[in-house]
Write a protein of this length. Structure first.
Length: 169
């Protein structure tokens, strides 16, 4: 049974949304992934979001662009956490998506990540699930430790080479 529901408004969101799925794969978290448009197919969307709890979904990751109502409507219909990913847009640079997703009315929160921030959405979903999964929590701690040692290695290189030679060889 999938623990996370990934949903996006269009296949034009897929390359960004895939980054959330890749993170879940990395942590061994099961998910279902769908393209469902809240505006173009409202009845199907309603059915999907309403049925998510019964299907065993614990967190929804929803990405959309422009007048991005999909994450907010997921939060209206699904009783557990919803993470929203605003898509970059050519006309308004994704501010349209960001404001649509982040400016939710009181009582219906959407945990909104950065424009295009699908990787963080995946990590946040993992952290939410880790609250009741000690093995997953251990994997998240390892992940953080690995990130820290990567930065440490970069600083060690900077100290050794200096900034002028940092990028060379
Ligand atoms: C939204 O409209 C989608 O989430 C997408 O980001 C945007 C554009 O969709 P397409 O016109 O490319 O299908 O519903």
């Amino acid at each position: 049974m999938a623990q996370v529901g990934i949903v996006m408004g269009s296949d034009s969101d897929l390359s960004v949304m895939s980054k959330a799925a890749e993170v879940l794969d990395e942590f061994g978290i099961s998910y279902e992934m769908h393209i469902i448009s809240a505006h173009r197919e409202p009845d199907l969307f309603f059915q999907w979001a309403k049925g998510a709890e019964e299907r065993g979904i614990k967190v929804i990751i929803a990405g959309a662009g422009m007048a991005a109502h999909l994450p907010g409507m997921c939060a209206a219909l699904f009783p557990m956490p919803v993470i929203g990913i605003p898509m970059h847009t050519t006309s308004l640079g994704g501010r349209d998506s960001l404001y649509s997703i982040v400016q939710m009315p009181s009582g219906i929160p959407v945990a909104t990540v950065a424009i295009g921030g699908a990787k963080n959405a995946g990590i946040l979903a993992a952290k939410i699930l880790a609250v009741s999964d000690p093995d997953l929590l251990a994997r998240l701690k390892e992940y953080s430790a690995k990130m820290a040692s990567e930065v440490e290695a970069k600083d060690a290189r900077l100290q050794e080479k200096g900034f002028k030679n940092y990028k060379k060889d």
